[in-house]
Design a protein around this ligand. Structure first.
Ligand code: AMP
Ligand code: MG
Length: 317
């Protein structure tokens, strides 16, 4: 339990409330998707935030891999094959995206995430165990019309929170909300303008940089979010589906900005796996940008990032 708390407290992205509206903004929190979900709105919009939490419950019943009876659970365990509109949309996007990035992002990583079991493991699995798990990894096994998945297992951990953030935003906007922070454990989606801080991946207590976003999502993937250490080596939760091992591309953290939180979520995971060449993926998705903090401390961004978002990088001692 102690370990779980420590990684939930280290949220990757921090949104600052301006002093001018601190009094009137209220945060409601709840626990879904194995994650602390916060919705911050003005007092008059609290009923709308409540309704948004109802959607979280529905989406958890769709995308949770572990909750018995969820749609994904039935797909994986019982071969269930009639897809809800939410599931259809996420699978369609994920399969197209997997092709775009040549399998660096792959929702069939389930046997690998099970094998690596980052929450409980203390030593890495053997090469033989990894090779065995890799036999059933490959998004190419999934077809959508009709839905068939062969013998692969699906894990939507790299994309479902982003999708949920988009659906929550849609609901709040429909309810007339014009200022809100939707935060799904660091997957942030904003209605209105806010200053956003990203954690220092080398010392997550510190803020590394800040920038300003309006009506956009920011999502960070980093090796410091969920990990264990063995013989001085850190093993983390983002896996390279091509090798079956923890991604090791020289990136300490990647933050992606997009109007679509689902895109930002998938892109941040994929770029973390690919490395700095993965920035090219942002060209394929409109109005999408990224900021990488490399393991040697170098910062690499998409073109014009600094000016577009008024980026400030804090001096480190
Ligand atoms: P994120 O924190 O969004 O980067 O997603 C990481 C989560 O997605 C992990 O906890 C796994 O459940 C899953 N995952 C890990 N590696 C990959 C990958 N290469 N492609 C798709 N999903 C992955
Ligand atoms: Mg992701």
């Amino acid at each position: 339990m102690k370990k779980i708390c420590s990684f939930f407290l280290i949220l990757t992205i921090v949104v600052f409330l301006c002093s001018c509206n601190k009094e009137e903004q209220k945060t409601m929190q709840n626990f879904y998707f194995d994650t602390l979900i916060s919705i911050t709105v003005g007092e008059k919009d609290l009923p709308a935030a409540n309704k948004a939490f109802d959607i979280c419950a529905e989406l958890e019943n769709t995308f949770s891999r572990t909750k018995k009876g969820s749609e994904l659970y039935k797909i994986n365990e019982e071969g269930f094959s009639s897809l809800s509109p939410h599931m259809q949309e996420v699978l369609e996007f994920s399969l197209d995206f997997s092709k775009e990035c040549d399998g660096a992002f792959d929702i069939t990583v389930a046997p690998l995430t099970d094998l690596w079991n980052i929450k409980e493991r203390t030593v890495p699995p053997s090469d033989e165990e990894i090779a065995l798990a890799l036999r059933t990894v490959g998004y190419q096994s999934i077809t959508l019309s009709p839905f068939q998945k062969g013998d692969v297992g699906i894990d939507l951990g790299a994309v479902a929170k982003g999708y949920a953030a988009d659906i929550i935003r849609e609901k709040l906007v429909k309810e007339g909300v014009d200022k809100a922070i939707i935060d799904l454990g660091g997957n942030v989606q904003l209605i209105g303008e806010y200053t956003v801080g990203i954690r220092n991946p080398f010392n997550p207590e510190e803020i590394y940089a800040k920038f300003t976003l309006k009506d956009k999502s920011a999502v960070t993937s980093g090796a410091y979010q969920r990990y264990f250490t063995s013989n001085g080596v850190r093993y983390h939760h983002i896996l390279d589906p091509r090798t079956g091992k923890c991604a090791d591309s020289g990136i300490a953290s990647v933050t992606v900005i997009s109007e679509s939180s689902m895109q930002a979520d998938a892109l941040s995971t994929a770029i973390f796996v690919i490395g700095k060449d993965g920035l090219k993926l942002c060209d394929k998705y409109p109005l999408t940008d990224a900021l990488l903090i490399m393991e040697d401390g170098e910062i690499i961004t998409t073109e014009g990032f600094g000016e577009k978002y008024s980026l400030t990088v804090f001096e480190k001692n």
